[in-house]
Design a protein around this ligand. Structure first.
Ligand code: IMP
Ligand code: MG
Length: 182
């Protein structure tokens, strides 16, 4: 079978859409139960977490609001620049909410460490972090998410919102990136 152009960067599928759906269902149930009746604000870190946010918010069956922030640490390719930039901020006053940060992946931990620090200064009622993927072996700063759906090895992954130089975000699954076929 001929591979489509979108699959050129795929070395192998790591996590299927079905596996992602199942974990999100469980996470949504957990969040709905533990936050029932409280004002929840889901804060998605763009761009990588936009797909996860869209699926996770629909797996939550209690009222919640959503907000977006743009934090960048990878500018191109697979090497982290080590600088976190907030290029778009939230519009909400988060002091009225139980905030749940929704992130695609925790790698070195720098992005979330900085974002959490920043948001805590704004006095949310509570603040938790849920991430789709966690690469604990890559950690540079001491940061751990409150909930992580999948723990993965030190691989560069693409798909389901995650990119390599802005491509492959629209793959429906998570794949290991094929560095030989960029
Ligand atoms: P950290 O600050 O090193 O934890 O980096 C977090 C950000 O780097 C994530 O939000 C992603 O945007 C990006 N990133 C880290 N690992 C990967 C990967 O394997 N594929 C795609 N993006 C990644
Ligand atoms: Mg990201």
């Amino acid at each position: 079978m001929m591979k489509g152009e979108l699959e050129n960067g795929v070395k192998r599928v790591l996590i299927t859409k079905e596996e992602i759906d199942q974990k999100i269902k469980e996470a949504g149930k957990k969040i709905s139960e533990s936050y029932d009746g409280r004002p929840i604000l889901l804060v998605s870190i763009l761009k990588g977490a936009f797909v996860f946010m869209a699926d996770l918010c629909r797996a939550i069956d209690v009222p919640c609001e959503i907000g977006f922030m743009c934090a960048k640490s990878y500018y191109s390719g697979t090497v982290s620049s080590g600088i976190v930039q907030i290029t778009m901020d939230l519009e909400q006053d988060i002091s009225k909410y139980h905030v749940i940060i929704v992130e695609d992946i925790v790698d070195t931990g720098r992005t979330l460490n900085d974002v959490v620090k920043l948001l805590k200064e704004r006095n949310p009622i509570s603040l938790k972090v849920v991430t789709l993927l966690d690469k604990p072996s890559r950690r540079i700063v001491d940061f751990n998410p409150d909930m992580s759906l999948f723990t993965i090895d030190d691989l560069f992954v693409i798909g389901y919102g995650l990119d390599c130089a802005e491509k492959y975000r629209n793959l429906p699954y998570i794949a290991e990136y094929n560095t030989e076929n960029a």
